[in-house]
Design a binder for this molecule. Sequence first.
Ligand SMILES: [Zn+2]
Length: 326
Amino acid sequence: MVLRMRKRIYILLCLLFLLSCGKDITKVTIAKTPLPKNFTATHVKVISYSGDDIACMLFAHRFSQGNIVYFEIVPAYNEEKIGAMFNEKVIPVTKRSWGFRGFFAIAPDEKPGTYTFTVTIGTKKIDIPVVVAKTAFPVSTIPMDLGKFSKKEYLKSPEVLEFVQQCTKKKQKAFATHYNDLVRGRAFHPRNVHEVNSPFWAKRIYKLIDSASGKIQTVEHIHRGIDLNGDTGDPVYAMLDGIVVLAEKLFYEGNMVIINHGNGMFSYYMHMDKLYVASGHTVVAGQLIGTVGSTGMSTGPHLHVSLVVNGVQVNPMSIVMLPVRE
Ligand SMILES: [Zn+2]
């Protein structure tokens, strides 16, 4: 009898232990492949430099407006510190076991022409020319009706104005966070299917309707990311390793996730349905962070994704094919 009781207590304790363990195990789902099957733009251009002091390689989808550039510097001798600049602006550089690496942005409004990538090693400066080409950004001239987001009286209501102000503060706080380089490898596409609804840096026109007078104004808007097609509930993956610095519902952005990847690099995801991460969570590239939705200023289910490099917006798709290594 006593033995049976002991056995029962033992089984009960085991069950309780398993249940308590279950609570602590957070299930992380990772995308099967970094790029969806239908993503064919895997082209990468390379600028190589080899001298007495360093070997350097710059990688970009295109060395043109709105692209991110990934670079690797391997010094000939053991160096503790190396500096880098593009167009005379200092770029964060990370020391790895094999050398140094970093990212910089070619701004969408950077004038096409020849720029200089400068590597500082000790007292020496090495200049590598980078020819920046023009990118043809699309222009849409048809004014878009955004439903209630096109209604002036709705946007000017005190509750909306106050909420927008709160949202702005939250975003500013998220983008003011600082981390050292958190990237451990190549980037993932944020969706499992590649279909662009609205391209990067497209000029769009929004309607602004004054219901009282019936007057229709138009507002010019630059699209600071890309819209990827998807149905409500489709997966959304983190593009790079990092730390979530915002995950909540905002006015225009709807359910939004901002990930800090360190060294001034952020990716953000908007209009989502469900969020599977919270502020402070560490995420890995390809991790399922939520689902596609149509929350906030959105006319149908899609994913808006943006990539910011030291305050400069670049086409988020320009990073997914780059050979970033640990
Ligand atoms: Zn968008």
